[in-house]
Design a protein around this ligand. Structure first.
Ligand code: ADP
Length: 503
C-alpha cells in the first residue's frame, strides 16, 4: 500500500493541474493540492514535504498563468491566493507534524530498545480482569483481602488466570527459557507453586489497597526443575487506574543469593568452629581453676582422716583440716559462680526495652532464613506493650535462638506447612512472648532435657541455645517453657516481669 502512495499523490497532482488549467469553474480547485501534501506525509521527509508543497504552489501559479494569460480578473486572483494560502499552511502544518512524528518515533524506538535489551526481565500485563473480580468483592461488602481468602480460598488460582500477559522483553523470555510470549503466558500460572500462594495473597492485598508499587523476592521452579530466585517489582502507572498496563520487572538474583548462602554457611561454620575451640579452651582453664581447690580438698581430707585415725585423734588438727576443706570447697564454688556470672552477665545498666521491637528487629535479621526456607511469618503483637527492664542484645539473642530453632525444625519436615507465629501479650505483671511453629514437635523423651546444656538432636548442634536462653531469662527475673504436640508443632513461651508504672 505504502509503495503506491507516491504514485497516487502524483496522479492527484496531475489531475488537479489539468482541472485547474482546462476548466473554468468559479471555485478554487487548486485547494485540492492539500490532499497531495497530506498524502506525502506518509512517505516524504521534512525537506521533501517542503519541496512538494512548493511544487504544488508552483503548479497553481502555472495553471493561473496558462488559463488567464496576462489579463488578471480580481476574483481569479482571489481564488488563486486562497489556494496558495491553503497549500502553504497545510505544508507548514505537515512539516510540524512530521517533526513531532520524528521525535515520537525516536523516543518510541529508544524505549523499545531499553525494553528489549535491558538486563531486567520486563512483563507487561493486563490486570483488568483481576481488578474487576476484586472490585466485585468490594461492592459485595467484603472488607479486606482476608475476607476474600476466607470466602474463597481458591481465589489465588483464579486470580492468576485473570491476569493477561501482553508483552515481554527478550530478557524475560530467556529467564524462563521460552521461545515466545504465548508460551510464557501459558506457563506463568504453573510457575506459581502451592507454597507461593501466601506471597500471591500479599500481592493481592497490595492491589486491594490500591498501591502503585509492590516489591518482593520469590523462588520459582522452572519447567526443567531449576530453582530460581527472583526479585520483582510490580509498577502500576498512576494514569492507568484500570490496571490495563502493569509492568513487572524481574531481576534474577539466583547466582547472587547462592554466593551469599555459601558465604553465610562458611561464616556460620567458622563461628561454630570458633565456638567449639573457645569452649575447648574454656574447659581447659575451668579444669585448671577447679583442679587446684579440689586437689586441696582431697589433701586436707586425707590429712584430717590421718589425724582422726591416730590412737589418740588430734581433734584440733582435724578441725584445722576440715576448715581448710571448707575454704577450698568455697573457692571451687566461687570459681563456678564467677563462670556463671561470665556466661550470663546481666547488663550493668539495664535499659527499658519493648519486646515487640526486639521481636521485629530479630525477625528482620532472620528475613533471609525465613524466605529461603519458605516460611510464612505472622505477627500477633499486643498494642502498647508495657516495657521491661533488661539487656536488649541478650533478649534479641533469646528470640533469635527460638526463631532459628523453629525454622530449623520446620525445614526438616518436608512438605508440611511452614508457619511461624510471633505473639506478644501483657499479663497482670509480666510480658509473655510466644513463638509457635508448625514443625514436627518435640518427642516426649526430648522434652525433659531441652534446656540442659549440651543437649542437642542436631548433627551439628551445640545444645547450648536453650540453656543460654533460660539463663538470660532467669537473670531478667523471667522464665521459659515449651509446649508441644507431636506432629502439631511447638510453642516456646517466655515471661518477663515488666516495670510497674509508679502512681
Ligand atoms: P541446638 O539448636 O544447638 O540443638 P538448643 O539448645 O537450641 O540447641 O536446642 C536443643 C534441642 O531442642 C534441639 O536439638 C532440638 O532437638 C530441640 N528443639 C528446640 N527447639 C525446637 C523446636 N521449635 N521444635 C522441635 N525441637 C526443638
Amino acid at each position: 500500500m505504502a509503495r503506491f502512495l507516491p504514485i497516487a499523490a502524483a496522479v492527484i497532482a496531475v489531475a488537479v493541474f489539468m482541472l485547474d488549467t482546462l476548466t473554468t469553474f468559479d471555485i478554487a480547485i487548486a485547494v485540492l493540492y492539500v490532499v497531495v501534501v497530506l498524502l506525502s506525509l506518509n512517505f516524504a521527509n521534512q525537506i521533501e514535504l517542503v519541496a512538494i508543497g512548493a511544487g504544488c504552489m508552483g503548479l497553481t501559479l502555472l495553471s493561473f498563468l496558462l488559463s488567464h494569460g496576462v489579463e488578471l480578473p480580481a476574483d481569479s486572483i482571489g481564488r488563486c491566493f486562497v489556494s496558495l494560502a491553503a497549500i502553504g499552511i497545510t505544508t507548514f502544518l505537515a512539516f510540524r507534524v512530521k517533526a513531532a512524528i520524528g521525535i515520537l518515533a525516536d523516543s518510541e524506538q529508544r524505549y523499545r530498545s531499553i525494553f528489549l535489551a535491558t538486563g531486567v526481565g520486563i512483563l507487561q500485563m493486563d490486570f483488568t480482569g483481576l481488578k474487576t473480580a476484586i472490585d466485585k468483592y468490594k461492592s459485595d461488602g467484603v472488607q479486606s483481602i482476608e475476607g476474600i481468602e476466607s470466602l474463597d480460598p481458591g481465589f489465588v488460582r483464579k486470580a492468576l488466570k485473570l491476569i493477561k500477559l501482553t508483552n515481554a522483553n527478550n530478557t524475560a523470555l530467556n529467564m524462563f527459557n521460552v521461545p515466545n510470549i504465548g508460551t510464557l503466558e501459558m506457563l506463568l500460572p504453573a510457575l506459581i507453586s502451592a507454597e507461593m500462594e501466601g506471597k500471591v495473597w500479599k500481592f493481592l492485598a497490595s492491589i486491594w489497597a490500591g498501591n502503585h508499587s509492590y516489591e518482593a523476592e520469590t523462588t520459582i521452579k522452572t519447567s526443567e526443575g531449576r530453582q530460581l530466585i527472583f526479585l520483582y517489582n510490580v509498577a502500576v502507572p498512576l494514569d492507568r487506574p484500570a490496571l490495563d498496563m502493569v509492568l513487572i520487572s524481574i531481576l534474577d538474583v539466583t547466582a547472587r543469593r547462592e554466593a551469599e548462602n555459601e558465604l553465610d554457611a562458611a561464616r556460620s561454620q567458622l563461628a561454630h568452629v570458633a565456638r567449639v575451640a573457645t569452649l575447648g579452651e574454656l574447659t581447659v582453664s575451668i579444669a585448671h581453676e577447679l583442679n587446684q581447690p579440689l586437689a586441696a580438698v582431697v589433701t586436707n581430707g586425707g590429712a584430717g582422716l590421718r589425724w582422726l585415725r591416730r590412737e589418740v585423734p588430734d581433734l584440733k588438727k582435724v578441725q584445722f583440716s576440715m576448715e581448710s576443706m571448707v575454704a577450698d570447697a568455697t573457692r571451687a564454688s566461687d570459681v563456678i559462680k564467677h563462670l556463671r556470672g561470665l556466661s550470663v552477665k546481666s547488663s550493668p545498666n539495664p535499659v527499658n526495652v519493648n519486646l515487640n521491637e526486639v521481636a521485629e528487629e530479630t525477625v528482620a535479621l532472620l528475613q533471609r532464613e525465613i524466605d529461603v526456607n519458605q516460611v510464612t511469618l505472622r505477627f500477633d503483637l499486643a498494642d502498647q506493650l508495657p516495657e521491661i527492664s533488661g539487656d536488649r542484645v541478650q533478649l534479641q539473642q533469646v528470640v533469635l535462638n527460638l526463631l532459628l530453632n523453629a525454622i530449623q525444625a520446620m525445614a526438616h519436615a518436608p512438605g508440611g506447612r511452614r508457619e511461624l507465629l510471633v505473639k506478644s501479650l501483657a499479663e497482670e505483671s509480666a510480658i509473655v512472648l510466644k513463638i509457635h511453629d508448625t514443625g514436627p514437635g518435640i518427642p516426649p523423651e526430648v522434652r525433659d532435657k531441652l534446656f540442659d546444656p549440651f543437649y542437642t538432636t542436631k548433627p551439628d548442634g551445640m545444645g547450648m541455645g536453650l540453656s543460654i536462653c533460660r539463663s538470660i531469662l532467669t537473670a531478667h527475673g523471667g522464665s521459659i517453657s515449651a509446649t508441644s504436640e507431636l506432629g502439631a508443632g511447638t510453642t516456646f513461651e517466655f515471661t518477663i516481669p515488666f516495670i510497674k508504672e509508679v502512681g
